[in-house]
Design a protein around this ligand. Structure first.
Ligand code: BG6
Length: 492
């Protein structure tokens, strides 16, 4: 199996889960800074006032990349990274979101990060918005529910595109943009402070059942409206990036909510097609093809969701199509019309358990073959370059007395998924890069836990933020380094 010679091997993180320094150098609180620590059994609570005496907020210190970036980038370089996916914390650049001028210290921090990456020839892949926005925008405007937020986001993009010209080539407009239409995600993905449900319930089943039908309906309508605003903002950002530099390539980033029909019963197969379109393809059909697909119109009508659109929106969407497609892929689930079948956890959603798959410690089903299957499916639909920008196994690791970490389970997971990518490339998929998630340990988005580790590098900190924050290389570090050195050949 041959990976293309310029294949972009790397890793991925997000500012609110990795960076820390939440209130340093002029930065103010983001929507993510209001989430407490949770677990598989209890949700991360949203608190309006940040009360550090009462609660622990994982994003505040996270893995402290803010103070460790040189050391962390050196570790990435040692593994041979060609690309590093990271996100910019909007509140570092515009602390309130609607400020007249950007925060110089915030601009400087990311410039230093990009320069450090350049030193090692590591290409940054920058997510402009990864599950956070200035809290002030949530409080004052109701986040992405307000059309004004498009303008604030574009001001922010303008600063990024001009300041970092020559330092960055690849941009992603929104992380997992399709997550905004999932149950209960209005605040988490769209800063909609008026949502009835603001706690982070991902990883738990059934919590939303307490909401009344009306509350659920209102939330959903707001979420679709907010998503429309993000899609318009994304298209305008693509256009702006292209106008700013012919070097810029802008991609979409879709949550890999990938499901099979549970049985070959035609009802299950049809449901699976409908869910795939309504949850997975809905956004990229707009971002890659430039218009709302016909099935979306039917879905919105049948669910009585009316989206307010401006006259110019159609044109904006058609002119702002992306250059490449990216998605996250951790697990797959199944769908069925039979509501008696047990559900299982997965990234962002619950699906019906697949009896042929094993589960991770956090209950996510492991499915490397599914990666080959979905890469092919998506590529057939869009035929543009693709990257897998999140993938990995979240599991507890043990730091041995000699400071080694033996994570053979992670190596096994990675091996199988990378082999599946190799197969997909042989099938004809134009896969250009791979950035496994949490390449250096960081806090989990769904639970806020540090012990759910994904990294090749261990960060010595626990769920409550106690520890030295020293970095230690896991066995997977050496394994991945070799894999990159041989451009994937060491796998076979
Ligand atoms: C993706 C997100 O949904 O899944 C990441 O983009 C997140 O931010 C990742 O960390 C893994 O989920 P978790 O809950 O294990 O961190």
């Amino acid at each position: 199996m041959n990976f293309p010679k310029d294949f972009l091997w790397g890793g991925a993180t997000a500012a609110n889960q990795f960076e820390g320094g939440w209130n340093e150098d002029g930065k103010l609180d983001s929507t993510a800074d209001h989430f407490t620590l949770g677990s598989r059994k209890s949700p991360r609570l949203f608190t309006e006032k940040i009360d550090e005496k009462k609660y622990f907020y994982p994003s505040h210190q996270a893995s402290d990349f803010y103070h460790h970036y040189k050391e962390d980038i050196a570790l990435m370089a040692e593994m041979g990274f060609k690309i590093y996916r990271m996100s910019i914390n909007w509140t570092r650049i515009f602390p309130n979101g609607d400020d007249k001028t950007p925060n110089k210290k915030g601009i400087e921090f990311y410039r230093n990060v990009f320069k450090e990456l350049k030193k090692y020839n590591i290409e940054p892949l920058v997510t402009i918005s990864h599950y956070e926005m200035p809290y002030h925008l949530a409080e004052t405007y109701d986040g992405w529910y307000a059309r004004e937020t498009i303008g604030f986001y574009l001001n922010y993009c303008k600063v990024l595109f001009t300041e970092y010209k020559g330092l960055v080539k690849y941009w992603l407009t929104f992380n997992e943009i399709n997550s905004l239409i999932l149950d209960g995600n209005g605040y988490f993905s769209g800063g909609i402070l008026s949502s009835s449900q603001k706690n982070m319930e991902a990883g738990l089943v059934g919590e939303l059942d307490d909401l009344t039908k009306d509350q659920k309906y209102e939330d959903v309508v707001k979420q679709y409206q907010a998503l429309h605003h993000q899609l318009v903002a994304s298209a305008l950002a693509v256009k702006l990036a292209h106008e700013t530099s012919s070097d810029y390539q802008v991609g979409c980033m879709i949550a890999g909510i990938t499901q099979y029909p549970y049985t070959c019963k035609p009802e299950d197969v049809l449901l699976s097609q409908q869910e795939r379109r309504n949850i997975f393809y809905y956004c990229p059909d707009i971002q890659v093809k430039g218009k709302y697909p016909k099935y979306a119109k039917r879905y919105l009508k049948e669910n009585d969701i009316q989206i307010k659109m401006n006259l110019e929106d159609e044109c904006i969407l058609s002119e702002g199509t992306v250059d490449f497609f990216t998605f996250s892929y951790y697990s797959t689930g199944c769908v069925t019309t039979d509501d008696q079948i047990a559900k299982t956890a997965g990234n962002l959603v619950f699906g019906v358990a697949n009896p042929y798959l094993e589960k991770s410690q956090w209950g996510w089903q492991i499915d490397p073959i599914g990666l080959r299957y979905f890469l092919n499916e998506i590529y057939d639909r869009y035929e543009i370059p693709m990257m897998v920008v999140e993938n990995g196994l979240g599991q507890e690791d043990k730091l041995e007395e000699d400071l080694s970490i033996h994570d053979d389970y992670r190596i096994q997971y990675m091996k199988e998924h990378i082999a599946a990518m190799g197969e997909a490339i042989e099938d004809g998929v134009e896969l250009i890069g791979y950035t496994p998630w949490g390449c250096i340990d960081l806090v989990a988005a769904s639970t806020g836990e540090m012990k759910k580790r994904y990294g090749f590098v261990y960060v010595d900190a626990d769920d409550e933020g106690d520890g030295t924050f020293n970095r230690y290389k896991k066995d997977s570090f050496y394994w991945y380094k070799k894999l990159i050195e041989t451009n994937g050949k060491s796998l076979y």
